[in-house]
Design a protein around this ligand. Structure first.
Ligand SMILES: NC(=O)c1ccc[n+]([C@@H]2O[C@H](COP(=O)([O-])OP(=O)(O)OC[C@H]3O[C@@H](n4cnc5c(N)ncnc54)[C@H](OP(=O)(O)O)[C@@H]3O)[C@@H](O)[C@H]2O)c1
Length: 190
């Protein structure tokens, strides 16, 4: 029996991953900050066998507890905006590093970091830069880590198209970028 700890297991990607892992027979541990909400969401989804573990990637002790005894760890934690003490640096650099370091220390065999498209440690964008730096730190702490860089993901409950659809439902008119034409309005394009 494989035990997989999924940081961010209640998120858009994480909850799909958790469902898939559980269906394939893995023992899944969901590591998120709001464990009470996670528990009820998992129960509603019929995933009672999934264990919830309160953890914050910015808190080393909670990360260590969440990865103890796991065969594999997935870090699918997001922070798209900085607010209060949630910063790109604390989540995507230090937090990703903490997960990788604690996973290595616990003898975890596989680590997957879900990063983002275009991650670049030299970027002028604080978010893209933090993702790039986070990848470098993770590679240092856990050399065999698998790093994936998804582009925008969409489906029921997504943040991008779902939000646009909700806006379109309530607005009397909807502005369309580039006139709504494929490829946008490019008068000089050939
Ligand atoms: N969705 C996309 O289109 C897209 C595109 C490219 C890359 N990605 C990347 O894919 C990954 C997953 O994205 P997503 O859209 O599925 O995220 P999401 O829906 O926003 O979910 C984020 C998850 O992370 C948990 N979380 C947030 N901060 C945490 C912290 N400090 N410690 C522990 N858990 C924390 C949240 O639960 P709590 O709030 O309860 O902690 C939640 O389970 C992210 O790395 C994201 O950047 C996503």
């Amino acid at each position: 029996m494989t035990t997989v700890s999924v940081f961010g297991g209640t998120g858009f990607l994480g909850r799909r991953l958790v469902r898939r892992l559980a269906a394939e027979g893995a023992t899944v541990r969901v590591a998120v900050r709001r464990s009470d909400r996670a528990q009820s969401a998992l129960r509603a989804a019929g995933l009672e066998q999934v264990v919830v573990c309160g953890a914050d990637v910015r808190d080393q002790a909670s990360v260590a507890a969440a990865v103890a005894g796991a065969d594999a760890v997935v870090n699918a934690v997001s922070a798209y905006v900085e607010k209060g003490d949630v910063t790109f640096e604390s989540v995507h650099e230090r937090g990703a590093g903490t997960v990788a370091r604690e996973a290595a220390a616990a003898g975890v065999a596989r680590l997957v970091l879900v990063s983002g498209i275009g991650a670049d440690s030299e970027s002028a964008s604080p978010y893209i830069r933090a993702r790039g730096r986070g990848e470098l730190i993770v590679r240092q702490e856990f050399p065999g880590a698998t790093i994936v860089r998804p582009g925008a993901m969409f489906g029921p409950g997504d943040a991008l198209f779902g939000t646009l659809a909700n806006i379109a439902r309530v607005l009397p008119v909807v502005p369309l970028i580039g006139g709504g034409r494929r490829g946008g309005h490019r008068p000089h394009a050939r």
